[in-house]
Design a binder for this molecule. Structure first.
Ligand code: AP5
Length: 220
């Protein structure tokens, strides 16, 4: 099954994707993670993307197309993939149609997670991530035992993402509102799209997501 998880920054895409992977084995393609890796490794793409990411702006579409083209043909996605953070613009959604067609594939389900802006602000400012195992915490909603250290055996140092600083968060949310609205309209007309309430405890949200995936799998 091929899925798109569409939600604003802090909407829970990463959190829900890893729960989906645990239950359904669907591999996640996070364009944010792929871009951060390029940034860290100082590749040509990383150097170009850095200025946009650090300001909370969208990275140009041609860079995303290049990344997706390389990623989607990997063997592990033959049994299904979950897109987290892509598409984000109408142009990307149209590009995705031809990218999936090229690999004889299609999108089976688009899940839109609906979360109000004030909750997103609360979540993003309090997000911390383990440097070693990349487990994601939230100092307000599900804190680690020690605010600087991962609970897992790795005991890794926790860090805050560069774009989770207050000014950048506000810009990311504005960009989402302005650039993604037409994308939501585009997908909401498609029969494969379902909107879910993305608020409440992580497990409550996941129960809704899981029910939906199971239903779509049964109908197939
Ligand atoms: P990306 O990494 O995709 O960031 P984002 O879309 O801003 O999303 P986040 O990763 O911040 O949030 P999330 O929805 O995954 O939430 P999470 O589960 O972590 O993109 C980063 C940047 O890369 C972009 O700004 C852009 O520059 C560039 N980029 C990426 N893709 C692009 C594209 N397609 N086109 C152009 N540019 C692109 O949860 C957040 C926090 O909330 C965590 O602390 C978590 O523990 C907590 N939390 C989660 N669920 C709940 C819950 N139910 N209750 C309480 N807390 C919760």
């Amino acid at each position: 099954m091929n899925l798109i998880l569409l939600a604003p920054p802090g909407g829970g895409k990463g959190t829900q994707s890893s729960l989906i992977y645990n239950d359904f084995g669907i591999h996640r393609i996070s364009t944010g993670d792929l871009l951060r890796k390029h940034k860290e490794q100082r590749t040509k793409i990383g150097k170009e993307a850095r200025k946009y990411m650090d300001a909370g702006e969208l990275v140009p579409d041609y860079i995303l197309t290049e990344i997706l083209k390389t990623e989607l043909i990997k063997e592990k996605y033959k049994s299904g993939f979950l897109l987290d953070g892509y598409p984000r613009t109408l142009a990307q959604a149209i590009e995705l149609e031809s990218l999936t067609e090229n690999i004889n594939s299609k999108i089976d389900l688009v899940i839109i997670l609906d979360v109000p802006a004030e909750e997103l602000l609360n979540r993003l400012g309090a997000r911390r991530i383990c440097k070693i195992c990349e487990r994601v915490y939230n100092l307000k909603f599900h804190p680690p035992d020690n605010p600087n250290k991962c609970n897992e055996p790795c005991g890794g140092k926790l860090y805050q993402r560069d774009d989770d600083k207050p000014e950048t968060i506000i810009n990311r949310l504005k960009i989402y509102e302005s650039k993604t609205r037409e994308l939501l309209e585009y997908y909401s007309k498609m029969p494969v799209t379902q909107t879910l309430d993305g608020t409440g405890k992580v497990q409550r949200v996941y129960d809704r997501v899981k029910d939906l995936i199971e239903k779509v799998r049964q109908d197939d």
